[in-house]
Design a protein. Structure first.
Lengths: 328, 427
């Protein structure tokens, strides 16, 4: 094998891994859009909020401590405990369910049957509110997230490829974990939506709100459930991305990485989010490897959108999106 | 009745406004948004120093300091709005804390006669005071940083970098591209091979760049990053097992925020700085007594002594010293922006002065002049000790290569003078 081919293979595999991480973010968008027709602008902030809450609970940080100290003149910051990661994840999930209930109770149920643009704007407001709320609750400092996930070079792959090609491939252990988690997540979500009563109700609501209501499906319950599941996906995405960079407010910008994935994979397909993520990940990495040096580099951000636009031109509903035919 | 209401309104406005004799300083800060973690400590340090002067000394030269803080969110448009909304308050100097905002303010503030101090950022050629009369970037700029990084590498390699490979990982923005021209000149002079690796904003995904570094195996990696780009780059360097002692960041890639998320892996990482870190200086006892313990700290008081807090404090100290210089020059305690500019242009920082301020060895000695608004560019190298969670200064303050930088500054300033129709000269 030539050196270029070996390097390109390494880039290809890393592109697949990066694509999985993009897909994890895109999945949250798909779930909410599929069930309610809402493009949830707040999905990136939900990932940030979930990660902030997880670190806060794990480290025993007192929520709103700056506010409490400013009002009461106290100096409390920590409860003095350090919880195991699994327990903290469960408690964080509880917070995300509470958040889902609040979003539905205070915002979404008042906006039933409104235009999609109104719902979209509501999620913009929600995003900025949650960002400020997260800041007030947990502070703006960068937090180290350590839930025990392996990180860094996978030595087995490095050694094996070195013995085979004379060059050891770099694959990040965290990316391997992310791939396994994403595969499990998709399998569970697909099984949930296909084989459970709640999943079928969710699909019914997605197809037609009023028809679902007429057969006794509770719209409120379904929306709380969907926002909770999206909150769980946001937590998973927050853990994976937060482990790479620490938990900080720029984590909300990972939503930018999900947009081309959604354009390509479609807004309504869970497998579409995964396949879209893989295509975007591989496409941008290979383009950067082969063409980037000729263009001065830093092509990945814009090339992902170019790639998505090309797909969009030929297949507007995305690779796996449902084709909408309106009869008049 | 109407007259009473008007009188009451006027009285309320007068009571709410700062006394006209106050010395007004502005802080264009960012305590919210993606870069808040870096903006907060700087803004805290800047505010706490002025609070200390008010509480301990009764202000500067008997005049209380009135600090106006305006939130920019590190957004250039908001920064310009902040400038426009605060310039009428009698602001003596602006510290924009953003290269993008600085570029926008250069023509505006120059026209308004209000000086700008872009400390360690902004337009490098503002060092030429004959072209940029009201813009100051002492004590060091990006080109100084690039030159000192190479000088440090020369010292590590027996003054010979010939055949060595140096990679620059940079934020793909005006800020990140600043050192390229200098590094290209230095690569010609010293014979090292320079490779450029841009990272798009915000920099959360850098796999391509670090795979390339792993393939190319550069001897050294320099970084001009900001925000999340720094943390991801350091983590990726740890992941590919790049030797951290060969990885050097500019001062904006050298805060505790940048290294702590990578844990022990970041041990040995180096960064440039133009001031010291930590709180082991006599001044910090006063900060504790008059500011933190008195409940007057700008933030929670948990950032004191960090790299960015100290930078904000240092910026405020330089502003206060320039104000003192202006007061002495013009024999008045109440200053105008024009007088403040004079004070900045005649500022001289000596070790004796720093010791008297309670900051011995904290920053370099330098002197500002009409021709030189950038100081001497003295920059040191610090190294991260992950075990002790602190930066250690491992070199003295090193002077940059004036032979290379002088012509570059002159050429860029000349180009700006032509573009802005400025006749260079001293005021």
């Amino acid at each position: 094998m030539s050196d270029t081919l070996i390097y390109a293979t390494e880039v290809f595999i890393n592109g697949l891994m990066a694509g999985v991480l993009y897909a994890l973010v895109a999945l949250g968008f798909v779930l909410i859009y599929k069930a309610s027709g809402i493009f949830n602008y707040a999905q990136g902030v939900m990932a940030l909020f979930a990660a902030l809450t997880l670190v806060g609970i794990m480290d025993g940080q007192v929520p709103f401590s700056h506010l409490i100290n400013a009002i009461f003149g106290t100096d409390i910051h920590h409860f003095g405990w350090h919880l195991p990661a699994v327990l903290a994840i469960i408690l964080t999930m509880g917070v995300m369910i509470l958040l889902a209930w609040a979003v539905n109770h205070f915002i979404m149920r008042h906006l039933v049957n409104q235009e999609p643009i109104i719902l979209f704007m509501a999620t913009i407001g929600l995003a900025y509110f949650m960002e400020g709320f997260g800041d007030l609750m947990w502070g703006a400092d960068i937090k180290k997230l350590d839930v025990g996930l392996p990180m860094g070079l996978n030595t087995w792959i490095d050694d094996t490829t070195y013995n085979a090609f004379g060059y050891g491939f770099f694959i990040d252990n965290l990316d391997i974990v992310a791939t396994i988690v994403a595969a499990l997540l998709v399998a569970v979500l697909v099984a949930f939506s296909q084989y459970t009563k709640q999943g079928r109700a969710m699909r019914a609501v997605a197809d037609d709100h009023q028809a679902a209501l007429s057969v006794g499906v509770s719209l409120n319950f379904i929306w709380v459930m969907v926002w909770s599941v999206a909150g769980f996906v946001a937590l998973v995405a927050g853990i994976m991305w937060g482990a790479k960079s620490g938990v900080q407010f720029s984590l909300s910008l990972i939503a930018l990485k999900a947009l081309p994935v959604l354009m390509l994979g479609g807004f309504t397909s869970i497998p579409g989010a995964i396949v879209g993520g893989l295509i975007i990940g591989v496409g941008e990495k290979l383009f950067e490897f082969f063409v980037g040096p000729m263009l001065g580099g830093a092509t990945e951000n814009w090339f992902a959108y170019v790639l998505a636009l090309i797909f969009l031109v030929f297949r507007p509903q995305g690779l796996f999106g449902e084709k909408i035919i309106e009869r008049v | 009745m109407k007259m009473k209401l008007i009188s009451a309104a006027v009285a309320a406005i007068v009571a709410g406004a700062p006394a006209m004799a106050d010395l007004t300083f502005t802080s264009l800060s960012y305590r919210t948004g993606p870069y808040a973690a870096n903006g907060i400590p700087f803004a805290d340090g800047y505010a706490d120093y002025f609070t200390l002067l008010n509480e301990r000394d009764g202000g500067i030269g008997g005049e209380k300091v009135n600090l106006i803080e305006c939130e920019t969110g590190y957004n250039t448009e908001k920064g310009v709005e902040c400038y426009e909304s605060t310039k009428g308050s009698g602001a003596l100097v602006y510290q924009p804390l953003s290269t993008g905002i600085t570029y926008q303010l250069i023509p505006k503030a120059t026209a308004d006669g209000i000086p700008v101090h872009s400390m360690g950022y902004g337009r490098t050629s503002a060092k030429n005071g004959e072209v940029f009369n009201g813009i100051f970037n002492y004590p060091a700029n990006y080109w100084d940083g690039a030159s000192v990084a190479i000088k440090y590498l020369l010292s590590e390699n027996g003054d010979n970098l010939s055949g060595k490979k140096v990679a620059l990982v940079y934020h793909n923005s005006a800020y990140g591209k600043e050192p390229i021209r200098t590094l290209e000149e230095l690569s010609k002079k010293h014979g090292f091979e320079l490779s450029l690796l841009p990272v798009d904003h915000p920099g959360q995904e850098q796999k391509s760049q670090w795979l390339q570094i792993r393939r190319d195996k550069p001897d050294y990696v320099l970084m001009w990053g900001w925000g999340v780009m720094n943390q991801v780059a350091i983590q990726e360097a740890v992941n590919i097992r790049y030797p951290m002692e060969n990885f050097i960041g500019i001062w904006w890639s050298g805060s505790e925020n940048d290294v702590l998320p990578a844990g022990d892996g970041a041990n040995g990482y180096k960064a440039l700085t133009f001031h010291n870190t930590g709180s082991d200086f006599p001044l910090f006892a006063d900060i504790a007594k008059y500011v933190k313990d008195a409940g007057k700290a700008a933030g929670a008081g948990d950032q004191i002594g960090t790299a960015l807090y100290n930078r904000g404090l240092y910026a405020a100290m330089l502003a206060a010293e320039a104000a003192k210089t202006a007061q002495a020059m013009h024999s008045t305690a109440a200053l105008t922006p024009a007088q403040m500019r004079d004070g900045m242009e005649n500022l001289e920082i000596t070790e004796e002065k720093m010791t008297a301020l309670g900051l011995p060895g904290f920053g370099p000695s330098f002197k500002v002049s009409c021709q030189n608004h950038g100081g001497d560019g003295l920059t040191a190298v610090v190294q991260w000790d992950a075990g002790a969670k602190k930066w250690n200064k491992i070199t003295d303050f090193i002077a940059p290569d004036a032979d290379v930088l002088g012509p570059l500054v002159a050429a860029d300033a000349e180009a700006y003078a032509k573009e802005a129709n400025i006749t260079p000269g001293c005021k």
